[in-house]
Structures are given as C-alpha cells and as structure tokens.
Design a protein around this ligand. Structure first.
Ligand code: SF4
Length: 299
C-alpha cells in the first residue's frame, strides 16, 4: 500500500473513531453478505453453501444505501467467498461512493495481478485473509503453501491494507502453523492477527497448553491495536467464560444474503429483521444481548 494512501486511511479511521465515540446512535461496522456460496468447505465453518446465487447488484446497492443512511462507518463484505460475486467491484465502489470504509474478507484463492488492480480501482481499503495451516488437510485448504503466490501478488500490487489472520483452535491440527503464517505475513509487510476459532457448532473450546503458548507468540508479532481490542480472546484461550458487552444490533450489524439483520454470523436467525424495514437500532451503550459466554461474536 502506498505510504500516502496509508496515511489517508489512518486519518479516515481516526475521524470515524472520534465520530463513533461522540455518538452511539449509528453502527460502526456492518458485515454484508453478497454471496453465500464458497469454493471451499472448511471443516469448522457453518457459513457457506455450494449452490446459492450471487445477490443482484441493485439489491445490494439498496442495502448499502440503507446502511449509509443509518450512519454506518465501515462495511466489510464477507461470505461464503465474496470474490465469487461477479459484481464485487461495483459493490465496493458503491460503499466508497456512500462515504463508508470498504473492507473485504476472502479466502484468497481468486487473487491475480489483474484482479488486484481492479480492486485498487474500485476503492477497496482493507482486505483480510485468514490462513489456517501450512499444508492443506481435511479441515482446511486455506493454506500457506497454496496461497503464498497470492500473497506475493498482493504484496506487489495491492494498494489497500492487507491483514493476514492466523487461527488457533477449532480442530486445526498443527497450532505451530499459526506462527509460520504470522512470520510470512510480517516478511511481506502485511499486518497480522490471530484468532481463536469456534468449531462447526459455533462453540469455542479452551486451548491446549501448546496452543496457548503459540497464541501468545503470534500475538507478539501482530497488530498491537488489535491485540489491545481483542483481549477477550485471552479469557477464551484460558477456557474462562467472558461476559460480553455485546454491541450487536447497535454498533455492529450482520446483514445476510437475504437482507436480514442478525446479531452475528453465529447467531443467524436472531432477530432476523429485514434491513429495509425501518429498523430501530438498540442503544449502543447498554448491554444488548448476552451471548453464550463461550461463543464468539462475529469473525
Ligand atoms: S471458512 Fe471461509 S473459505 Fe472456509 S468454507 Fe467458510 S466461507 Fe468458505
């Protein structure tokens, strides 16, 4: 990412953060799903299918307009695999046109130099790729070996911020792979984070002692801001319950492919209100919904 663009993005973030602190009456982050279909089938995932069609662009634009009217700061496009949506560039362009920060979460498989240049042009600002292991296995094919070439393309051509997330837990066989992934991210000058993942029923299990040790090592290599914000993961790593002060439905909205607002990806169906109905946001200050203390909210 060019230095001038990085500084501009940081300034935009600062302005959004001050606005979020000054007023709690608008969502800070919305996850929007334009495509439930995925090209992969990770063993811990309950967020994909192999059959659904992309949501048409005009419908997505209407949802984005509604999010913008609610005062949303950041829209992160997620899936399934959103890079399979044929009009992803137009979606990103529309997010930017409506003055919101445009982010994308992808499994990384579809990045080519040409595709990255199109995303630059569309105005993408953030990309997150989650890499689960070094070698593909039965649980996950989001593997460093498979994706390294894509990471090199991103390092060379992307004019947006790239974060590589490594994961621990959820049945991932070799926890030390998270360290290899984080080191490669740092080498390519990306930021890096580590997440404790749930299994396919959405539940987090305490980490083993080796997993805990690696978790701490990876955190040291990573993004300090994220480590500060994600301190709740330390409780989860220790297997301790964490009493959420969940902002879902107020500062955070999860909008599925049917245009329904849910608390988060793991609480789909609740409350499941159409975004386009005149939804009333819950208070952003008080406790809104208490997640199961062992269930993670969102990504
Ligand atoms: S984790 Fe991501 S890449 Fe894997 S199946 Fe789920 S949506 Fe697809």
């Amino acid at each position: 990412m060019r230095k001038s663009k990085f500084v501009k993005l940081k300034l935009r973030h600062a302005s959004f953060i001050s606005r979020a602190l000054l007023s709690t009456r608008h969502p800070v982050l919305a996850h929007l799903i334009p495509m439930r279909r995925c090209n992969l089938a990770c063993g811990y995932c309950n967020e994909y299918d192999h059959t659904s069609s992309p949501v048409p662009l005009d419908i997505i634009k209407r949802r984005l307009d509604k999010l913008a009217d609610l005062g949303t700061s950041i829209v992160t496009i997620s899936g399934g695999e959103p890079m399979m949506h044929p009009e992803l560039d137009d979606i990103i362009h529309h997010i930017r046109k409506r003055g919101m920060i445009a982010g994308l979460i992808s499994n990384g498989y579809y990045f080519t130099p040409e595709r990255i240049k199109r995303l630059n042009k569309a105005g993408l600002e953030h990309l997150q790729i989650s890499i689960d292991n070094v070698e593909p296995d039965v649980v996950s094919r989001k593997s460093l070996r498979v994706l390294d070439k894509k990471l090199r393309y991103l390092s060379e051509y992307a004019d947006f911020h790239v974060n590589i997330n490594s994961v621990i837990g959820g049945g991932i066989k070799s926890p030390e792979d998270a360290l290899a992934v984080a080191r490669r991210a740092v080498e390519l000058k990306f930021s890096t984070t580590v997440g404790v993942i749930h299994d396919n029923d959405g539940t987090l299990k305490p980490l083993t002692s080796i997993e805990k040790e690696i978790f701490q090592q990876v955190k040291k290599l990573g993004n300090k801001d994220h480590a500060r914000l994600n301190w709740f993961q330390d409780s989860i790593a220790e297997g301790k319950p964490y009493q959420w002060r969940c902002r879902a439905g107020a500062r955070y909205l999860y909008v599925c492919e049917d245009g329904l607002v849910h608390w988060c990806s793991q609480q789909r169906g609740y409350p499941g209100i159409p975004l386009e109905r005149n939804i009333r946001l819950r208070s952003g200050v008080r406790l809104l919904v208490r997640c199961n203390a062992y269930t993670r909210s969102g990504y």
